[in-house]
Design a protein around this ligand. Structure first.
Ligand code: MN
Length: 239
């Protein structure tokens, strides 16, 4: 059986509606997995069943995380939050890690992984970080915006076999204090953390850029989806 990957849904408060970017689904499909969008719920029983039956989870991009989750006051520069996602992902991340499921976080996903494990965030890069890099590029988003320097010996460098790559970038928040359980895999030239992993887990990776916006056009991003689905596939074999 192909690996079953649960995706945290995106939420549109104006339409009171779930939505999903095709690039997430396509990335998983291209890598041979079966993506399925999850309900937006923090129900313990529902999430427990999903965390057993799915082989991997994609923590998608989206709203800013409530700074209360990392013990800080919300600044005016912090964007709109989504308490339903914060609640769901807090519980789901814990369960997914307990089950050692494959986890890939993208954008909000890297931020959530860091916060969930005890780290903190810059609430707003432009007002808190001195940088010349364009972290919030203008469309089209399938074009590179800045370089990344890959950490020698970390899994991302081993996967891609490169010292540097170019990525798109569409974020105004970023990892500040790195959580204890995480290691950095890539940084922007200004030093901001752009990719992390959990050394103690089979496959828990997260990236700050947007592989889904490249939607198949960026070989590095394709390789990340392949590594993620490949790791989930090992769980599928045990299911
Ligand atoms: Mn960036």
């Amino acid at each position: 059986m192909a690996a079953l990957i649960g995706l945290v849904p995106l939420w549109d408060e104006n339409k009171d509606s779930y939505w999903m970017l095709p690039g997430y689904m396509n990335g998983i499909l291209r890598a041979g997995g079966v993506p399925v969008m999850l309900p937006l719920t923090d129900d313990e029983e529902v999430l427990a069943q999903l965390s057993k039956q799915c082989d991997g989870f994609l923590f998608t991009g989206g709203h800013d995380i409530d700074p209360g989750l990392y013990g800080e006051e919300k600044k005016q520069t912090c964007g709109v939050c989504c308490s339903a996602r914060d609640a769901m992902e807090s519980r789901l991340l814990k369960m997914a890690l307990e089950e050692d499921k494959a986890v890939l976080g993208i954008c909000r996903g890297i931020q959530f992984l860091n916060v969930g494990l005890g780290g903190t965030l810059y609430q707003d890069i432009p007002t808190e970080v001195e940088t010349k890099e364009e972290h919030r590029q203008k469309p089209p988003y399938d074009m590179p915006s800045h370089r990344l320097i890959l950490e020698k010996g970390a899994p991302l460098e081993k996967l891609l076999g490169k010292e540097e790559i170019a990525v798109n970038s569409c974020h105004h928040q970023a990892v500040k204090a790195l959580a204890d359980g995480l290691r950095v895999m890539a940084k922007a030239p200004d030093g901001l953390v752009e990719a992390v992993y959990m050394p103690k887990k089979n496959f828990v990776w997260a990236v700050q850029w947007h592989p889904e916006f490249f939607d198949g056009k960026d070989e590095n991003s394709n390789r990340i989806f392949e590594a993620f689905v490949g790791a989930a596939q090992k769980n599928a074999g045990q299911r």
